[in-house]
Design a protein around this ligand. Sequence first.
Ligand code: ASP
Ligand code: MG
Length: 322
Amino acid sequence: MVGFEVADKWVVLKFGGTSVAGRPQWQAIASLAKDRRSEGFRVLLVCSAVAGVTNQLNALASEPGSSHLRESLIDTHRELSRELGVAESDWLAESETRLRLCLECLSDVSGPKNQAALLAMGEYLSTRIGCCFLRQSLDADWVDVKEALEVVQEPGRSAARQWLSASCKAAEAPALARRWSALAPVLVTQGFVAKTSTGETALLGRGGSDTSAALLAGRLSAQRLEIWTDVPGLFSADPRLIGDARLLYQVDYAEALEMAASGARVVHPRSIRAAAETATPVEIRDLNHPGLEGTRIGAGAAAAQGVKTVTCQERMAVILLQ
Ligand code: ASP
Ligand code: MG
């Protein structure tokens, strides 16, 4: 039909540090991307840095001259690329150049702006290498998340917060969706990272990849956000402490937010807030058991009466009632 454009159906899948750490995980990511393609979706994969890498980069930020820290960071990624059968020539030289520039800037002036650029290297490396692996079996492109997420200036916030724990708008961005729809049907991008109004690198705070994924789902008007992690979902209590804790199949945004804010560390509270803002349904799923249903978070989920969750903050119990 002339003049009629069917908008692409997007789904956003987010993978945390342990979910991008080795070959079995990347095989699971590839197979999920294929499944979503066969369901008719355009797929955006939002990835964290490999587990432990942001901490390594933090150490390097305080000691930019340490060749030991630099080499161990590169070795972690050499190991990953070897496991994935990815050629070093596809990522190593450009990554080393980037890393060197970040470290030189930090040696000249240490400050939150240069620290942000260095910490963003973790997500850059995991997505560069991961995308090469996906391309062995999928039509996939790497995209720079700075094309999609720009931080909002918040007057009165300290420089450290503006650079290292910034906020972005979740609002729909049809021009972005059109631009990305012209690329490969599976896209890989970085969590945690955004750009400032002058195009420099800012971060969304530790654990910020969940938030990135929710913001991106909102910007692409995605049909849903799937957060793939290493636990089956949200529980009525911490299953490590309480033997008969129940997996919650359905909670609403307010309940999920309450749980995230009161000690259940499965998903970042800012991510729930961003998803609620654009009414994006969220699923928490376990990458080690992809057949399990997980927890669905959405508006007005079916309510059961009684105590929904018991969590623990410091030495205080938090009980969420229905
Ligand atoms: N890599 C970042 C961190 O370790 C962001 C994330 O994993 O969510 O905090
Ligand atoms: Mg996390």
